[in-house]
Design a protein around this ligand. Structure first.
Ligand SMILES: Cc1ncc(COP(=O)(O)O)c(C=O)c1O
Length: 401
């Protein structure tokens, strides 16, 4: 039986899979079973940001692989120390601390737990716990019960009700809607600086600044979910550095280890010791191999590479703008760095499918939105190829009209 049949027969059918069987990856390219080459402008949903089989990351993995795979979090492990120190030094600085998890959902779940604990230690005037968390309509925070409850999209709530209580949803980029939801039980605001699953919508700088001010005024925690938009994609290492707004906690996952499962909660000095012995844990969290990969990834995120992200982004956006002039189906281009969304007046899936056939991998997170998340190792030639294929795709759709 072939791989496709076996996957369909033996795995629960929870994903709408693209019709290729991947055989090999190198840099910004993938090859399928038949040897067909694809230019990957999706990077496994912003995971392989440094390209497939990045030689430096792979060599760090191989080195750790030969030492040990796992010893439990009841022992000291150097790759965890290296990674956490680097995360702290490149974010909040000395005094901040990290909790290592396996995924974005887990990192966010831990951040939510931290907020709840903070609300028990910082009570209302009447000495009651605070526990309400403001999140945003159209957001996405993960697949566990709490993170799905935090996610402001009803379609994800249908099969899991009753939800984990006390998440309330404000309008993204609308500070008044946030102000209206704040009450004495509110303890935190959790937000993605760039809504990706929600259709590639950037936060406005002023909006995030005002969220910071509201949190300071009401003693609330500001939590940034940078699971998809962090780790260099904005052209800064962390999205909050791009926006110039410091959260109290931010979460990372996806590209942190360039393809291995790893998540992180980074908490500022004020919150670094909020969790105490026994408050949180994970058997695999901070796996030594994932941490060795994560440390290698961070070392590769040099100012030079981050500048390249911005430069490549500008070149790519220029190309899409040229297409927009030609094809009226392109309604809006939204981006920060190499987080790129294009709003269309036709089904995104038709363009995605056309591109797939021509050897270009992109995706559509919403019915009318294209999403581009190329790795940072793409070249001008790859961008030119992408613009060319997109042009052909729009032309083909125009002729069909
Ligand atoms: C912003 C955001 N938060 C959380 C998650 C969940 O991460 P994971 O799938 O690693 O649990 C995702 C996944 O797409 C995400 O985009």
């Amino acid at each position: 039986m072939d791989t496709k049949c076996e996957v369909n027969n033996y795995l629960m059918q929870t994903y709408k899979r693209t019709d290729i069987v991947v055989k090999k990856g190198k840099g910004q390219y993938l090859w399928d079973e038949d040897g067909k080459k694809y230019t990957d402008f999706f990077s496994g949903i912003s995971v392989c940001n440094l390209g497939h089989c990045n030689p430096v990351v792979n060599s760090a993995i191989k080195k750790q692989l030969d030492c040990f795979l796992h010893v439990s979090n009841l022992y000291y492990v150097k790759p965890q120390a290296d990674l956490a120190k680097e995360l702290v030094n490149r974010s909040f600085g000395k005094g901040a601390k990290v909790f290592l998890a396996n995924s974005g959902s887990e990192a966010n779940e831990g951040a939510i737990k931290m907020a709840r604990k903070f609300g028990k230690e910082n009570k209302t005037k009447n000495n009651k716990d605070r526990y309400e968390i403001i999140t945003f309509k159209n957001s996405f925070h993960g697949r566990t019960l709490a993170t799905l409850s935090a996610t402001g999209q009803e379609k994800f709530h249908k099969i899991i009700t009753p939800l984990v209580e006390k998440f309330v949803y404000a309008e993204f980029n609308d500070i008044n809607s946030v102000k209206k939801l704040i009450n004495e039980k509110t303890v935190a605001i959790m937000v993605e600086p760039f809504q990706c699953e929600g259709g590639m919508i950037p936060a406005k700088k002023d909006f995030l600044k005002e969220l910071r001010q509201l949190c300071d005024k009401h003693n609330l925690l500001l939590i940034f979910d940078e699971v998809q938009c962090g780790m260099g994609r904005t052209g800064k290492l962390f999205a909050w550095q791009y926006y110039g707004v410091k959260p109290d906690i931010f979460t990372l996952a996806k590209s942190l280890a360039n393809g291995l499962p790893l998540g992180a909660i980074v908490a500022n000095k004020k919150l670094a010791n909020l969790f105490v012995l026994g408050d949180h844990g994970s058997t695999f969290g901070g796996n030594p191999i994932s941490c060795a990969a994560g440390f290698a990834v961070l070392k590769l995120m040099t100012p030079k590479l981050l500048k390249e992200v911005s430069d490549k982004s500008k070149y790519f956006i220029k190309g899409i703008n040229e297409l927009k002039k030609k094809y009226s189906s392109i309604k809006e281009i939204r981006n920060v760095g190499l987080l790129v969304g294009v709003e269309l007046d036709l089904p995104a899936k038709d363009i995605v499918e056309f591109c797939l056939n021509k050897g270009l991998l992109i995706n559509g997170p919403k019915e009318h939105v294209l999403r581009f998340l190329p790795s940072f190792v793409i070249t001008k030639k790859d961008i030119d190829f992408t613009i060319k294929i997109l042009g052909e795709a729009f032309k083909c759709q125009m002729l069909k009209k």
